[in-house]
Design a protein around this ligand. Structure first.
Ligand SMILES: [Zn+2]
Length: 65
């Protein structure tokens, strides 16, 4: 069995960050996914869901504390 892709995780735990600035600012069209994902519980993010350094009080099941 393959692991489900990050975008298949429940919306309540993580959200994909979409660009909010014009393409000439960050190279990504407005509204397009930046590749950055943020934990909805502690608000920390990373470019990979597995790289997020969750906060000490994070209740996400992905947090290792
Ligand atoms: Zn977290």
């Amino acid at each position: 069995m393959m692991r489900p892709p990050a975008w298949a995780l429940p919306e309540s735990e993580f959200r994909l960050v979409r660009s909010g600035v014009p393409q000439d600012v960050d190279g990504i069209k407005i509204g397009a996914p930046t590749g950055y994902v943020v934990c909805c519980d502690c608000g920390r993010g990373a470019r990979n869901i597995d790289w997020i350094n969750h906060g000490p009080n994070c209740d996400s099941p992905a947090a290792e504390n």
